[in-house]
Design a protein around this ligand. Structure first.
Ligand SMILES: CC(C)(COP(=O)(O)OP(=O)(O)OC[C@H]1O[C@@H](n2cnc3c(N)ncnc32)[C@H](O)[C@@H]1OP(=O)(O)O)[C@@H](O)C(=O)NCCC(=O)NCCS
Length: 187
């Protein structure tokens, strides 16, 4: 197995950002894991991916996309951090009470799973979040996505008790998992 580094994407790497996202959207778990469909993403123009990469690179405000880059240059996994400001309303219509980071788009290629890459990506995202001064880090995971839940628990996330109902699936829900900011002395 190759080694890898976890780093932030660069604006000019938009085609790699697109390729990894399209791969993630073809994963068998994608309907549970992501709100977007492969067809919708594949139909987006290059300008969409260019803006996405530029908006998640170093120097952009409130967003970072991390990737795990293998020795041979392959992008093997990713997570994106979105800072949500207190007083705003999130995408599901809930008020954001405290300044927080929201982790989205978590994906690791099949052949890299089970080897710690997800933890390395989550740790990088969480470290950046604390440096950004947020009070908590959260993510949303489908109730049936047991593997993702296991990975998040290993990284210290716990269910907050908040659930987000899903419009399309009868009675299905997603759970909010959260990591509270440790006291300065614990970090
Ligand atoms: C989610 C994802 C990033 C996790 O990465 P991973 O490398 O597979 O995760 P890990 O193997 O480190 O951790 C998963 C844990 O859940 C456990 N697990 C796996 N399947 C499980 C199941 N059906 N029920 C309960 N636990 C399960 C694993 O055993 C493991 O715990 P362990 O290391 O103590 O044995 C990866 O599987 C992925 O990309 N999935 C497709 C996209 C996706 O679901 N993204 C998340 C969107 S919220």
């Amino acid at each position: 197995m190759y080694t890898y580094v976890v780093r932030v994407v660069r604006a000019e790497e938009w085609a790699l950002v697109k390729d990894l996202r399209l791969l993630a959207l073809r994963d068998p778990v994608a309907p549970l894991a992501f709100l977007e469909t492969y067809e919708a993403a594949a139909a987006r123009p290059d300008s969409f991916w260019q803006e996405r990469a530029a908006g998640a690179a170093e120097g952009s405000a409130g967003v970072r996309q991390f990737v795990a880059e293998a020795e041979d240059g392959q992008w093997a996994g990713t997570v994106t951090v979105l800072v949500e400001e207190a007083g705003t309303v999130d995408w599901a219509g809930f008020p954001v009470e405290r300044r927080q980071a929201h982790l989205v788009g978590v994906y690791v290629r099949d052949e890299w799973r089970g080897g710690g890459m997800t933890r390395a990506l989550l740790d990088a995202a969480v470290e950046w979040s604390w440096k950004s001064g947020v009070e908590r880090v959260r993510l949303i995971v489908h109730e049936k996505n047991a593997r993702a839940q296991g990975a998040y628990r290993k990284a210290g996330f716990i269910p907050s008790g908040r659930t987000v109902p899903l419009g399309q699936g009868a009675g299905e829900a997603e759970y909010e998992f959260v990591l509270e900011r440790p006291e300065a002395s614990d970090r």
